[in-house]
Write a protein that binds this ligand. Sequence first.
Ligand code: NAD
Ligand code: MG
Length: 406
Amino acid sequence: MALGGPDTALRRAGRGGAAGTAAAPRRLTILGATGSIGQSTLDLVARQPGDFEIEALTAYSNVELLVRQARETGARLAAIGDPAFYGALKDGLAGTGIETAAGPEAVAEAAGRPADWVMAGIVGAAGLEPTLRAVRQGTVVALANKESLVCAGEFVQAEVRRCGTTLLPVDSEHNAIFQVFDFDQPERVARIVLTASGGPFLTWPRERMAAATPAEAVAHPNWDMGAKISVDSATLMNKGLEVIEAWHLFPVEREQIAVVVHPQSVVHSMVDYVDGSTLAQMGTPDMRTPIAYTLAWPKRMAAPTDRLDLAAAGTLSFEAPDLERFPALGLAFSALEAGGAAPAVLNAANEVAVAAFLDGAIAFLEIAGVVEETLSRGPQHPIGSLDDVLAVDRTARRIAQELTKR
Ligand code: NAD
Ligand code: MG
């Protein structure tokens, strides 16, 4: 079952442990363990000794941290994406009995090992295959890897339905909507409203943004995240990707998805109902809250996050997004509208452009330009299969790479 309903496999099974019951520990796999989401997940796990055990941890190149995490958690398997680090992984875990593996296929295999819960925490379309493997083993997948839904949402969701998997959104906005969405009467939902912090350049004029450095772009005012999503937050492409993600996650029409800028990141998102009610989920900006929600679901567990103090927060403000200063958001809305290859092109071009910006090859404002140009030159045909998605992704990357070459 895809999202939510009361009769999900998990509710029927009544699996627990996370909320402090005497149930057997739940076996977890964390894809992207060394990243921001992966580390937050492991932080929660370490605070509940006995409730969880680790099946597999994966990373791309941070072998030192992966070794430390595998040793600390007693994981059964540690897999590293870049085979150049296999030697270091093996040496680091020698004598521990922890299995080691390397290469993209090893990461995908780790994702597909039997586990009760898998965190899909890899960044980018590189996470698509591992996310699909996790979905196919049919338990619970906590999904942070939004890019896999953006480029191949139909196929991910088809596998979720086919395999009876429970997909729980980790992205704070989608997790918020998931918590307040009435899945029993989706026709009574008028709109879902995603909040956006506006990123570090919310008040910057275009001229100042033109000279923005990578360090300025990744310095997010509220959230501590990986570099790619931080740049996406600065361009507002992150919100664009999230609009597409939301469309794949919730039973709403495209026109029922709205975005409002909310610089304090306290209201994580909202659902408007036909009777005029708006339900919001709030909290301090700390990803351990939505991750804890998915770890304990359908129960709740304690998370060590700062408590929300609205009196101390004082003012919460909201404003419409400025699509002129932040054209990336408009490009994402257009790609969702166009459908077919467009979202996969948008995502691939954005990944290439963000990497080029972080490398100093292009300027901040060129990111959206590269995406727009790739959308106009790239494939625009309908998508019939996962292989089509992968081909579109490759073509779009090639075009965007041409455009970012200096
Ligand atoms: P990050 O850059 O901090 O970590 C990414 C992880 O993915 C690392 O463990 C890295 O080793 C691994 N990885 C990268 N490329 C890989 C590859 N080719 N093969 C295998 N593994 C690879 O990123 P993050 O901020 O943790 O974000 C992860 C995902 O979660 C992204 O899709 C992001 O949009 C989403 N997300 C993150 C946050 C956040 O607060 N960090 C919030 C919402 C959603
Ligand atoms: Mg988000």
